[in-house]
Design a protein around this ligand. Structure first.
Ligand SMILES: [Zn+2]
Length: 131
């Protein structure tokens, strides 16, 4: 793609260079490319791992940029409302706020007979007995 300086070595994501790929994601998710660098840095801060499952995120394959609080539920396009998650996880989360999503997961696990126990000092639901 003719988007960089001659001779510049660039990471490719599909047929795009990485920079253009992040700009595309920024545009499709936040309707603007202005935060594309912050969005790229967020991916790096997450060490390329899904915010919920810790699954390795491969750019252009299973990466989804999620609104933690969906826009239709009052969330913003600001970086502190964004997180990188695995595509399947984002499909499950759909238009849920984080708390609603976690509640759904709890219901599923409870219905399937798993007993949850929050670890002392844990930040989230850390332990699923029998899993
Ligand atoms: Zn490019």
């Amino acid at each position: 793609m003719g988007c960089g300086k001659n001779g510049e070595v660039k990471q490719q994501v599909g047929f795009r260079c990485e920079k253009c790929w992040f700009k595309k994601i920024a545009y499709t998710t936040t309707k603007s490319i202005k935060n594309w660098e912050a969005i790229r840095d967020l991916y790096k801060r997450q060490k390329g791992l899904c915010a919920y499952t810790g699954i390795k995120l491969v750019l252009g394959e299973n990466t989804n940029l999620d609104h933690i609080t969906p826009v239709k539920k009052g969330g913003t396009h600001k970086i502190n409302n964004l997180q990188w998650v695995d595509g399947k996880v984002n499909w499950m989360k759909y238009d849920s706020k984080e708390a609603e999503f976690l509640k759904t997961i709890k219901l599923i696990l409870k219905r399937k007979g798993y007993c949850m126990k929050k670890k002392t000092g844990g930040r989230e639901i850390n332990a699923y007995h029998n899993l």
